[in-house]
Design a protein around this ligand. Sequence first.
Ligand SMILES: Nc1ncnc2c1ncn2[C@@H]1O[C@H](COP(=O)(O)OP(=O)(O)OP(=O)(O)O)[C@@H](O)[C@H]1O
Ligand SMILES: [Mg+2]
Length: 266
Amino acid sequence: MALNAFRITEEPYYHSIANEIALFEAAYSARMPMMLKGPTGSGKTRFVEHMAWRLGRPLVTVACHEDMTASDLVGRFLLDAGGTVWHDGPLTQAVRHGGICYLDEIVEARQDTTVVIHPLTDSRRVLPLEKRGELVTAHPDFQLVISYNPGYQSVLKDLKESTKQRFAAIEFGHPSFDAETRIVCTEAEVPEEVAARLVRIAASSRNLKGHGLREGASTRMLIHAARLVARGVALATACDIALVLPITDDADLRDAVRAAIAVAAA
Ligand SMILES: Nc1ncnc2c1ncn2[C@@H]1O[C@H](COP(=O)(O)OP(=O)(O)OP(=O)(O)O)[C@@H](O)[C@H]1O
Ligand SMILES: [Mg+2]
């Protein structure tokens, strides 16, 4: 069957933070376009994978970038032995066959590319394939989900107001101490006390946000540090290579993060 390759057969581990699973289920049942907002490494991608599995829908993910064209999303004619043949792009595949289409980092795409989703995300639920002269009506199971890291973009790279206002949003942030400890524990397979220590360390790096750091350490970074600890790397070294070095090139700031870590690790 179409989109079989996009089915998620095993449950992606997702630790629920608040009522986001129920909210997403309600939004999906109304086929409402959804925006997942939050800093890098906060669980947006994992959440959409989990929800696609839970809802039993195939998940078609597109990593958006500056050079992406509307054709990369909707499809194009390609030349083969028999002449030119139309190939559906990933968005069109999801629209036709009833998948969840996840446009990751949507703000990276140019605004003239983004507007192709407009007729899909209002009451029309159609996708015009201009080059082919076809108007595809969305499959009843189709849903569009986008991710958005607020705050990183320049004004130039923000979404158009008319795009933003087509979506309902779920916000992701840093999980509570207990939730994050559980996530790190499970994902990195480390004892709870190691995970808890790393989560405390992360909290101290997050306090430096705005004082030179654009973002504190993400849950993703903590999992990296924990995986190194699980393989015998000393905690201080693991924190240095997984939490400090990647986050800033500024020597003074690195020292400040290291100092904060040393206090939290003591
Ligand atoms: N609530 C959660 N439950 C389970 N794992 C989580 C959760 N939050 C974060 N993680 C872990 O953190 C990692 C990073 O999360 P994810 O890739 O979903 O972040 P993201 O928000 O999509 O980041 P980006 O904006 O950079 O794409 C995941 O691979 C997973 O290991
Ligand atoms: Mg992601």
